[in-house]
Design a protein around this ligand. Structure first.
Ligand code: HEC
Ligand code: HEC
Length: 150
């Protein structure tokens, strides 16, 4: 009988303690989101502007890692939005014949062959890569919102 009481007490203790343990392991509201503040606060990021660099006057930017999409070194506001009918980036960057060729300083880097597909015997810019800004974005001098160990 005594041992049953003991078992009961132990079980009760575990049940009572369970939620407390779980609560200790949960993340508080200021650790749940990517912003270094509570998820109940609305962050107000610093207002910033992109550099007003014309294409051809910028040079290129270093890549994040081998194979990373290069960052856009020039302003792009004149070329947006990219729509189904119009993609002004292609006007300068769609140049199959220049792939692998020597270029003058200020010439656009031609899109790589991976950005094309074969259609009716011709190489045409691939629809999959149509929205260039999904992967290529201009850079502004802004402190990172959160750290990264990548
Ligand atoms: C008027 C021509 C022109 C247009 C339009 C243009 N670019 Fe460029 N782009 C250039 C030139 C020239 C360079 C080479 C760097 C330099 O000298 O500015 C370049 C460089 C780049 C690079 C870097 C390539 C590398 O080698 O690192 C990317 C990425 C890029 N542009 C993306 C875009 C995107 C996306 C758009 C559309 C939103 C766009 N460009 C529109 C001319 C243009
Ligand atoms: C799905 C992501 C993605 C999209 C969308 C995309 N690109 Fe890229 N792009 C890449 C990656 C990744 C590379 C680097 C590939 C490499 O180095 O072989 C690259 C490379 C480039 C380069 C540099 C080529 C070189 O030889 O250095 C240019 C210029 C470029 N892309 C332009 C464009 C333009 C213009 C568009 C829109 C029509 C576009 N990209 C859409 C991912 C993308």
């Amino acid at each position: 009988m005594k041992s049953r009481v003991l078992l009961g007490a132990t079980l009760f203790g575990l049940f009572a303690l369970g939620p407390t343990l779980a609560a200790d392991q949960s993340l508080g509201p200021d650790r749940m989101g990517l912003s270094p503040m509570s998820v109940f606060e609305v962050p107000t990021p610093e207002v910033f502007t992109y550099p007003n660099t014309r294409p051809g006057s910028a040079g290129t930017l270093p890549r994040g890692f081998p194979g990373a999409p290069p960052q856009v070194p020039h302003r792009i506001d004149n070329y947006l939005p990219i729509t189904m009918q119009s993609n002004r980036c292609l006007g300068c960057h769609d140049d199959l014949e220049m792939i692998g060729e020597a270029r003058e300083v200020g010439d656009p880097t031609p899109m790589p062959e991976t950005h094309y597909m074969q259609a009716e015997g011709q190489m045409v810019p691939s629809g999959e890569n149509h929205v260039c800004t999904m992967c290529h974005v201009p850079q502004a001098d802004v402190p990172a919102l959160t750290g990264s160990t990548f």
